[in-house]
Ligand binder design. Structure first.
Ligand code: UT7
Length: 332
């Protein structure tokens, strides 16, 4: 099987930083609660910047890091749950702005597991499509636009930003495991559109939307404790299954990059996996949960810090709305 090689990674975090103390001014919370229950201290918030614009900055950064030309890119996969428009897609806008004329673009919506799904998709296109050798995966997220800043149980968790990577044919195959439990779809969601189209009766429209009620307008709904329970089971399960395909044990991994939703979820999942804590990369304290951007931002930081060494086996694992989960083992 044709493998994939990581050529480079990039990131963009918007300059506005909001710390826990800032939240005590708008909701009934404390730095102590947020730190202890989530591990988050600060997060970056976009100030009206478009999602595609953050993605473009991360993509340019990744292309520079990979030392390629935008014309070398055959495919752009954008993974986001916070696209600016219903159409056109984020990947199409970024393709145009990069002048990556040889690339076609696809957006995928796989919530916080989006980057792992994008990587899996890239490896399969590279393996089976002669036209695709080099792929840009870009994960820009503007999740805070869906956040209700009067809901203390969700607003403290999220930040904005973008991560991107360039992969190309070569090296070891990517080993991945992807899973969905759609019975949990109503545990975490955000509406895209108003209930009514403006012509039909809005009460009737509400009745039709009894599943996924939208009492809070456009905002995110999350049953935190239920998602938490799912995550601490799904993360180790996915990582174990991806490792099994790679013919290794989780403890053989050189590095693990988990989705950064809550430090307690990460600690519990890693304990359940039986992996040395030292091997786990965590940046949640500074970024909060930036959905699909979490893992590629971590990859970019690891490269910047010189911590990614050729030949290392890196495990990546994500979970999120859907409910969705997935893990991949990449040899860098
Ligand atoms: O990327 C995937 C997206 N989401 C996630 O991964 C989230 C998964 N879930 C979680 O991380 C956790 O469930 C939360 C951080 C959301 C909540 O933590 P928890 O330990 O599960 O708390 P809880 O929801 O059981 O609430 C415990 C208490 C409640 O008060 P009462 O009812 O016991 O009086 C909450 O109202 O904590 C309260 N609470 C807060 N207190 C201070 C909830 N949020 C806050 C807050 N500040 N920000």
């Amino acid at each position: 099987m044709i493998g994939i090689k990581l050529l480079g990674a990039g990131m963009y975090l918007p300059p506005k930083i909001v710390d826990n103390e800032d939240f005590t001014k708008i909701v009934d919370t404390s730095d102590e609660w947020i730190t202890k229950r989530t591990g988050i201290k600060r997060r970056h918030l976009s100030e009206g910047e478009y999602t595609w614009s953050m993605g473009l900055k991360a993509a340019k950064n990744a292309i520079e890091n990979a030392k390629i030309n935008p014309l070398d890119i055959d495919m752009i996969i954008a993974t986001t749950v916070s696209a600016d428009f219903a159409f056109p897609s984020v990947s199409n806008i970024i393709q145009g702005k990069l002048e990556a004329k040889n690339a076609f673009g696809i957006d995928i919506s796989c919530a916080c597991a989006g980057f792992v799904y994008g990587l899996d998709m890239a490896s399969r296109y590279i393996a089976t499509n002669d036209d695709v050798k080099t792929v840009l995966i870009v994960s820009p997220e503007n999740v805070t636009k869906t956040v209700d800043y009067s809901d203390r149980s969700t607003c403290v968790l999220f930040g904005d930003g973008a991560g991107a990577v360039v992969v190309t044919a070569g090296g070891e195959p990517l080993y991945s495991y992807l899973g969905t439990d759609g019975t949990g779809a109503e545990l975490l969601y955000a509406h895209l559109y108003p209930a009514s189209n403006g012509f039909t009766d809005s009460e009737k429209a509400k009745e039709n939307q009894k599943a996924f009620p939208n009492e809070t307008g456009r905002y995110m709904y999350m049953d935190g404790p239920e998602v938490y329970k799912f995550a601490i089971k799904a993360m180790p399960e996915a990582m174990e299954k991806a490792c099994k395909k790679a013919g290794i044990k989780p403890s053989d991994l050189d590095l693990i990059i988990p989705h950064q939703a809550n430090i307690r979820i990460i600690d519990t999942a890693i304990k359940n996996l039986g992996v040395d804590k030292e091997k786990v990369y965590v940046n949640i304290k500074e970024t909060g949960n930036i959905s699909a951007a979490c893992i590629p931002v971590c990859l970019s930081q690891l490269i910047e810090q010189g911590k990614l060494k050729p030949g290392q086996k890196v495990g990546m694992v994500g979970f999120g709305a859907g409910l969705i989960y997935g893990a991949a083992v990449l040899t860098v």
